[in-house]
Design a protein around this ligand. Structure first.
Ligand SMILES: [Zn+2]
Length: 317
């Protein structure tokens, strides 16, 4: 079933596990991801990112991701990762993506707040969710995300006190944080600032997102999730697993591409399954908060104000 981020991340935050985002820029990736989710009864987030659009245009990706998500026996979020422009995020929402990330993390703080708030209102009007980023997650060399190499990444770490202000002002449903993580394959072992994760998790209510998950150790993941991470983005690992399997199969290939497709699907499934078990999202498919999400005090206050305003208008006429 197609769901949004709140439906899979709120129970994850509450029960201290994380849901993976796996990018699915082609059918083999999408099938491997869905197979892994269904076979382990795990909720899952799949999608694409603006920098991956040259490998699969947004419309084309939506033609298979959305029906596959709807047909799946487990909750599936179809998410646009790192939307860099208003137009691409809006297009994803129009196509039916249930979630978008609007990454304005390279803008000034004020611009980040202004742009993300505008997109949050739009996404919510579609019943979709939105992720924002505060601080800046840099890139390792050759990362699919781009090339923002940072000389001193700690200068861009998320400031916990700003995080609360950012979430309150924008209305984001999930927050990507910079705590020593980076996109792509790491050259040197990364060192995560777990203390910072704990502080931010205590300061803001919304689930926290760890980008650049490929290359962290299993112990890093377990600790980060224990400290308050509810969503982890994975791409490099499944991207490489698929091509390694195809390469291996190539030597015994008989009929051509059709020998390689199932090999890639199976490899993606196995690599995804491994992460789902590591993040403890396996067996959690029935824990979605779909339909019974208690209304937050903030939402209740907003609705009360809206109703009061409408009543006042009516009485004036
Ligand atoms: Zn990212």
């Amino acid at each position: 079933m197609l769901v949004n981020l709140n439906e899979v991340l709120r129970p994850a935050k509450k029960n201290q596990y994380a849901v993976g985002l796996f990018n699915a820029v082609n059918l083999e990736l999408a099938r491997g991801i869905i197979n892994a989710a269904e076979s382990s009864r795990s909720p899952v987030i799949m999608g694409t990112a603006e920098v991956l659009l040259p490998y699969g245009p947004l419309e084309e990706v939506s033609y298979y991701l959305l029906p596959m998500a709807k047909k799946a026996s487990v909750p599936v979020v179809v998410h646009l990762d790192h939307g860099l422009t208003f137009d691409i995020c809006e297009k994803a929402l129009r196509l039916g993506f249930s979630s978008v990330m609007y990454d304005c993390s390279t803008d000034t703080y004020e611009e980040n707040v202004r742009k993300v708030k505008e997109m949050a209102d739009l996404a919510h009007s579609y019943g979709a969710t939105i992720e924002g980023e505060l601080g800046h997650v840099g890139d390792n060399e050759g990362s699919a995300e781009g090339s923002s190499h940072l000389e001193d990444p700690s200068k861009y770490f998320t400031d916990p006190s700003l995080a609360k202000d950012f979430v309150d002002k924008t209305g984001v449903d999930a927050l990507a944080i910079a705590v020593g993580n980076a996109h792509g394959a790491y050259k040197l072992p990364p060192k995560l600032d777990f203390e910072r994760i704990r502080t931010i998790a205590k300061t803001v209510d919304v689930p926290l997102v760890l980008h650049g998950g490929s290359g962290l150790t299993n112990a890093d993941f377990r600790q980060a999730i224990k400290d308050g991470i509810s969503k982890v983005n994975i791409f490099t690992d499944i991207n490489v697993a698929a091509v390694e399997a195809e390469f291996k199969k190539f030597s015994s290939m008989e009929k051509g591409l059709i020998d390689l497709i199932p090999a890639a699907v199976e490899a993606v499934k196995l690599a995804t399954l491994e992460k789902m078990k590591l993040f403890s999202s396996d067996g959690k498919a029935d824990l979605t908060s779909q339909g019974n999400t208690p209304m937050s005090a903030d939402d209740l206050e907003k609705i009360t104000k809206l109703v009061a305003a409408e009543v006042a208008k009516y009485l004036k006429n």
